[in-house]
Design a protein around this ligand. Structure first.
Ligand SMILES: *Cc1c(COP(=O)(O)O)cnc(C)c1O
Length: 406
């Protein structure tokens, strides 16, 4: 792949200086500047090629610059970029219909990110509960070690102190229980509880997969106590786990589900989906977003979703590649059982827990042209595009083996 202008080392370090000077230091980033991507690969401004097993943190489900998504964006950009939600637009209607046709949901609200989708879900749950169960119903129970976003409400919903520190006072009305513990959840329900909000699989928390029956029992508890079940599928949705939505693995449906990350195949879009009865609590004036579901992002999301759904082939492929990846990692563990503590995953959301800090490993892989990510301190998380092939998984595992062997 040709890159027009390959920058010199001096140019790049100057750009990195500018980055340091002009960007707020909210991220600990790798010292590379990425400029171009195709499929499973991205290229830096130094011309170096990388194999991408981060996939934009589960965003680039179809790989980089998938032609169907790119063309949909180009076409829409020429036709209409934005008009506000004072008017209807065709792509938003079509996307809502598609999402409802392929999920439990009857209605959709569109926004721009995962945190915003969860904000919408939280507001909708509170409003529904006040209307149907009384003014004292406002409390939402979430899981420890969860991740729901960085806005004040969603960082409060997030059951991890490290994300909340320094931003107190947090929002009232949240309570935390250990994940995968139905009894703890049962004990936490009070006269104020209105909803339970969970990730079907805790992704940022280190790819924590609940036991087979957990969500079924949570669903039952919610029904017995008149609580809404909100599933945060921002990371697990859009085919990632080998089903279009992760709840399909567990034989239940939520009342509200949130999506973002993979939804737009790379453009910023989020959605809160709900059943008819719950969605009815949002009326004109209840909630809004200027950019939410604008023509451009909806066109990209339609192209992404339609490509994923084509004969279900990509989702099947994702499930198969996920199994292959886990198998390869299990083989690796045979030689590195001192370093590798655990391997967990569903579809192409896979975690490799190691007995040491993951950051140096991520760095060493980067130097060898491989992008991987570490979450929860010591869990290497693989969320590659769903189009990944065996040969790329083999290459990734080879690089990882070289790095672990040092
Ligand atoms: C990434 C993520 C979010 C936050 O999404 P943003 O788009 O960064 O606001 C929320 N929930 C889950 C499960 C996520 O993985």
């Amino acid at each position: 792949m040709e890159i027009k202008k390959i920058l010199t080392k001096e140019n790049i370090s100057k750009d990195l200086e500018d980055a340091d000077r002009y960007l707020m230091h909210t991220y600990s980033r790798q010292p590379v500047i990425l400029r171009k991507g195709r499929g499973m690969k991205v290229w830096g401004t130094d011309g170096k090629e990388y194999l991408d097993f981060v996939g934009g943190i589960a965003v680039n489900v179809l790989g980089h610059c998938h032609p169907k998504v790119v063309i949909a964006i180009q076409k829409q950009a020429q036709r209409l970029l934005h008009v506000s939600n004072l008017y209807y637009i065709e792509p938003q209607i079509k996307l809502a219909k598609l999402l409802c046709a392929h999920s439990f949901a009857d209605k959709a609200f569109f926004c721009n990110s995962g945190a915003e989708a969860n904000e919408a879900a939280i507001k909708l749950a509170r409003k529904y509960a006040k209307e149907h169960s009384g003014q004292e119903k406002f409390e939402i129970i979430t899981a420890l070690n969860s991740f729901h976003g960085r806005t004040l409400a969603t960082v409060t919903a997030t059951g991890q102190e490290k994300f909340q520190k320094g931003f107190e006072p947090l929002m009232p009305g949240f309570k935390y229980v250990p994940f995968n513990d139905v009894n703890a959840l049962r004990s936490a329900i009070s006269r104020n509880t209105c909803a339970v909000m969970l990730e079907p699989i805790q992704a940022e928390g280190g790819v924590i997969i609940p036991s087979e029956n957990y969500l079924k029992e949570v669903r039952k508890l919610c029904d017995e106590n008149g609580l809404l079940l909100i599933l945060d599928e921002v990371q697990t949705g859009m085919g990632r786990t080998g089903k279009l939505f992760a709840y399909e693995h567990y034989g239940i449906t939520p009342d509200i589900m949130t999506l973002a990350k993979g939804l737009g195949g790379g453009v910023p879009i989020g959605a809160a989906l709900a059943t008819e009865r719950v969605a009815a609590s949002f009326q004109p004036g209840s909630h809004a977003s200027t950019f939410g579901g604008n023509p451009l992002v909806c066109a990209a999301a339609i192209a992404t979703l339609e490509t994923i759904l084509e004969d279900g082939l990509l989702i099947e492929h994702c499930a198969r590649m996920g199994k292959y990846l886990i198998n390869r990692l299990e083989q690796l563990r045979e030689d590195y059982h001192d370093t590798i503590a655990d391997i967990r995953g569903k579809g192409l959301l896979v975690g490799l827990e190691i007995n040491k800090d993951g950051a140096p490993i991520v760095k060493a892989c980067l130097e060898k042209g491989l992008l991987i990510n570490c979450t929860a301190g010591n869990v290497l998380r693989f969320a590659p595009p769903l189009i990944v092939e065996k040969k790329e998984i083999d290459h990734m595992v080879d690089v990882l083996e070289e790095v672990l062997g040092r």
